[in-house]
Design a protein. Structure first.
Lengths: 314, 131
């Protein structure tokens, strides 16, 4: 693990999820998931819809009790000590649940009453920066302005942990920029910690220190973003004979191609790809570093994926 | 300081920042002794994680291209441009490797490739020399 700018690695994690499993009826929503977020870092949580991202976040907020395993936020169990935990978490979801009849200034006053750490000056700065009209009723706000209002009340008490569940879904680029900017400022200010779920992988790549990817309730990978990118290679092979399906090269997954030319990602032993490929009558015609998007699609596609073949598919 | 970061590029963002600052130093666009923007400022400008910028600055410091001063700023090191030149040649070498791989793939001999390089240089020259 790579150490962060502001903190030493031995500092205990702000969030620690250990071997958590969760079942809804027949469906295994989370399957033995372990994640830790060191202080002052951003964890990007990625995965398809239904992969378990929101279920995981509900465990962090204490809205769901772990059926197996443990969840600790600031070292506390959020189900047993919800007040202590929630008073230090700022939360924004895809559809912020704000009372529509309230005016913006009423919302600010209302939320302020719940938090000892509320910073009125900061709240006002954010309101001006987001151009939120204090007299406007929440229900009359556009989706983007509602997201900004939700962000304001999630940030103004300067929470130690900011939890964002698909915050920029369906929002225009300018609001998304505000949200990303807020994440960056949150981290830059005294090294606060962020858990950020999104399917917009280019945003995850910009702001995350570490990435955890869920697929059908299981962690596919979890680690330093730069390490994940550097431990994957995209290799295109040209076979001397046209083939119908790719050969079982070790470490290869997410095959695409047809006939003579096939492309795959490699996550291990890619230094041996050349020798291995030769055995199948192929030579490397292109190689490069995949983007997080490519890694994600190769992982979720399940297309001849050796690494994932053993896992149950939805 | 003009830096462009692209998450769709396969290269990790901290390396993109390192490479571009190395380039700015070696091309003289940032001079020795000049201060780099504070981590937070560059992070907000590029819309990337401040830890990523910090990591890029650490890499540059390890490479001897910049130095931290007691006043908490990061400055381009004396001799940083010499080191950066070495770094720039390394970047070029990687591009050349890719070009060589492709020319082999297309069965273009090395001599012909060098001729082509000279020919392209003549075509490109007037646009860049500005005389």
């Amino acid at each position: 693990m790579v150490t962060t700018a502001h903190h030493e690695p031995e500092e205990s994690p702000v969030l620690e999820i250990t071997e958590v499993s969760r079942r809804f009826g027949d469906k295994l929503a989370l399957d033995d998931v372990s994640i830790a977020i060191p202080p002052g870092t951003v964890l990007g949580l990625v995965g398809e819809n239904g992969a378990g991202k929101t279920t995981l976040i509900k465990h962090v907020l204490g809205l769901l009790k772990a059926q197996a395993g443990t969840v600790r936020v600031f070292g506390l169990d959020p189900v047993i000590e919800p007040v202590k935990v929630l008073s230090q978490i700022g939360y924004l979801s895809e559809e912020p649940d704000l009372p529509g009849w309230m005016r913006v200034h009423e919302l600010i006053r209302y939320v302020q009453a719940f938090y000892k750490t509320w910073d009125a000056k900061y709240a006002n700065e954010l309101r001006e920066q987001f151009a939120l009209d204090p007299k406007a009723r929440i229900k009359t706000l556009s989706k983007g302005q509602r997201a900004r209002a939700g962000l304001l009340v999630a940030l103004a008490y300067r929470p130690r942990l900011l939890v964002l569940d698909e915050p920029s879904s369906g929002l225009d680029p300018i609001v998304r920029r505000d949200i990303l900017g807020a994440i960056i400022r949150t981290i830059a200010d005294e090294g606060r910690t962020v858990l950020f779920s999104s399917h917009l992988l280019s945003e995850v790549e910009r702001v995350s220190d570490r990435v955890a990817m869920l697929k059908a309730g299981r962690l596919v990978f979890h680690g330093d973003l730069a390490d994940i990118k550097q431990s994957h290679r995209r290799v295109t092979l040209r076979f001397d004979k046209a083939i119908n399906s790719p050969p079982p090269l070790p470490g290869a997954f997410g095959w695409t191609g047809a006939g003579h030319e096939w492309t795959a990602l490699f996550d291990l032993q890619f230094e041996h790809v050349e020798t291995e490929a030769t055995r199948y009558g192929a030579e490397i015609v292109d190689r490069g570093s995949p983007t997080l998007d490519e890694i994600f699609f190769a992982r979720t596609g399940g297309n001849g994926s050796a690494a994932l073949a053993s896992h149950a598919q939805e | 300081m003009q830096i462009h970061v692209s998450p769709t590029d396969g290269i990790p963002i901290y390396l993109q920042i390192v490479n571009q600052i190395q380039y700015l130093i070696s091309s003289g666009r940032i001079a020795a002794g000049e201060e780099l923007p504070p981590i937070r400022v560059l992070a907000e400008q590029l819309l990337v994680n401040p830890n990523t910028v910090a990591r890029a600055y650490r890499e540059l410091e390890l490479a001897g291209a910049v130095e931290k001063r007691r006043t908490a700023g990061t400055y381009v090191a004396e001799g940083g441009s010499r080191l950066a030149r070495k770094e720039r040649l390394k970047i070029l070498a990687r591009r050349i490797d890719a070009l060589l791989a492709e020319s082999r793939q297309m069965n273009v001999p090395l001599d012909e490739l060098i001729d082509l390089l000279r020919q392209r240089d003549r075509v490109m020259a007037p646009a860049h020399s500005g005389d």
